[in-house]
Design a protein around this ligand. Sequence first.
Ligand SMILES: Nc1ncnc2c1ncn2[C@@H]1O[C@H](COP(=O)(O)OP(=O)(O)OP(=O)(O)O)[C@@H](O)[C@H]1O
Length: 353
Amino acid sequence: MTDALAGGAAMTEALLRVDAATVRFGARTALDAVSLDTAAHQIVCVLGPSGSGKSTLLRAVAGLQALDGGRVLLDGADQAGVPAHRRGIGLMFQDHQLFPQRDVGGNVAFGPRMHGMPRAARDRRTAELLDLVGLPGAAARPVATLSGGEQQRVALARALAPEPRLLMLDEPLGQLDRSLRERLVVELRRLFGQLGTTVLAVTHDQGEAFALADRVVVMRDGRIVRSGTPLEVWQRPGSEFVARFLGFDNITDAAVSGGVAVTAWGKLPVPDGTPDGGHRVLVRPSGVRLGPLDGGGPRCEVVARTFRGGHVGVVLRPEQGPALEAECALREAPEIGERVGASFAPEDVVVLA
Ligand SMILES: Nc1ncnc2c1ncn2[C@@H]1O[C@H](COP(=O)(O)OP(=O)(O)OP(=O)(O)O)[C@@H](O)[C@H]1O
């Protein structure tokens, strides 16, 4: 390789590289040889059930948790022995722990003050950040007078103030109510895009991860089991574990032969190239269509219906096989107790590993 090419490769090197990171707590392996690259300006969200190792991964990257094996590199430099406060990482954890005795400005300016930034520059930075997070002119407000959402914004401004090369968020919106979270997540994405911030975030809320991330990483038992863009992971969860974690429960056994899957729900088309043999298949609820009882598909009874805003979630009990969830337009949703036929949209049939 020429020097010029080597230089080019260095420029595209991951800002954060986690290489086979392993952390054990006694007999329990909380991180099991996890490898993960994050490019500059990328937003990566780590998703997974409780205890899957998400916080341990963040803590290991931050330098708050020693590794039993593997490495953490920032801009190509191994961070072994580099203490947390020298890694240039901003942290925002669930219990955002603002300093209660300081006002909003004192909280936001804390990092820059520790770094010796002069007062006038600090005040300017604080004002800019408060504008950015939607709290213009709030510098003099006592922290105790802020709502939960406002405190979250101040915590974010405080984490951003020292201009960290990597911002890490652990359940950043965990304690807020759903509507506020949905709004804030959109604002966060816009803000990070605007600032070009590189973000590694942890959440157990898939909606939050999908709305925020450029790339989603799903963890299970200390390992990464799926990684991709939100769309890729949504369309092809890969395994039953990931599918169920994403809330897809229309899963059954299938015997595939010649592009057709024979299931308890009847025959389903499967994507070209699916090998013959036994598989688990998923039908996304958006692909379960309701129709006449004698339409050739499974005959079902409607056992539940839930209003979900844009559509109605309907749970069907087929004569054979596990329950089926369908998404219906508001006007077309059948009543509980009605009997209907189901059919399946080929594009919503997914073969799992
Ligand atoms: N300090 C510790 N001592 C012993 N075991 C620990 C410690 N910290 C974490 N663990 C264990 O390591 C595993 C991973 O924990 P971790 O907190 O990383 O999971 P998580 O995915 O962040 O979970 P949650 O969503 O509940 O925060 C769990 O089994 C946990 O009990």
